[in-house]
Write a protein that binds this ligand. Sequence first.
Ligand code: 15L
Length: 267
Amino acid sequence: MTAKPILLTGAAGALGRWLRPQLLARYGSLISSDVAPITDLLPGETFVQCDLADGVAVERLVAQASAILHFGGQSVEAPFHRVMSANILGTYNVFEAAKLNGIKRIVFASSNHVIGFHETTTRLDADSVMKPDGFYGVSKAFGENLASLYVDKHGLEIACLRIGTSIPEPKDARHLSTWLAFEDLLSLLEACLAAPKLGFEIIYGASANDRTWWDNSKTKYVTWTPKDNAERFAATLLPNGDQRDQSDIAVRFQGGPFCSQNYDRKD
Ligand code: 15L
């Protein structure tokens, strides 16, 4: 019997599009899923269109997989009900379907917005308290807590990746701290899938940036060494040094513009 393929949710998203050929090259087969259609299927790839809020459809989808890379859902701030169905209900459906189908290993694409309201002067690790910076961040905090529950109570193995900014190149000063190069994202996924044993793990998904705010030294199961460093873009992005107003909400806090969005505190 051939092994079941890995499932990638959110396969039509920006990261999913980049990851699909890379995962296929490494693992030979892949189930790509998204609520949006994918038409440019590659050899070894199967596409299943699925709304993560539909529990029955998610169970059918997950039954075909050996492990899950859960990247699907709402990827930026949005009104609560949108975030709730895509990320809170959606992530519950994925984890619950994994439990029902005996799938143990999940890599959950969480986000730095779980800890967005920490100041940029603070260095964080896996034990730092959550400080979400919006409904989106709250939904990722929910996903991490749900992961903790499914590990402790049902024996699943879940790595929660607090992804920083995973784009081709950093575009602004904040990204010099938060950037995760695509190749480093890929090596992180490979490390999570290859770890001989995995429990509940929180890993900050950022490259080896000189200006990082995040410390992965408390990682227990996954061995991962990112290679890239956003600093090679610093001179181009900040030719006159960092002249930003450090009291600006989007500069003061790690979540950047997610923190300033709808911010109406007066003190
Ligand atoms: C995220 O979680 C988002 O998905 C992404 O679009 C970026 O905004 C990123 O965070 C970031 O913080 O830069």
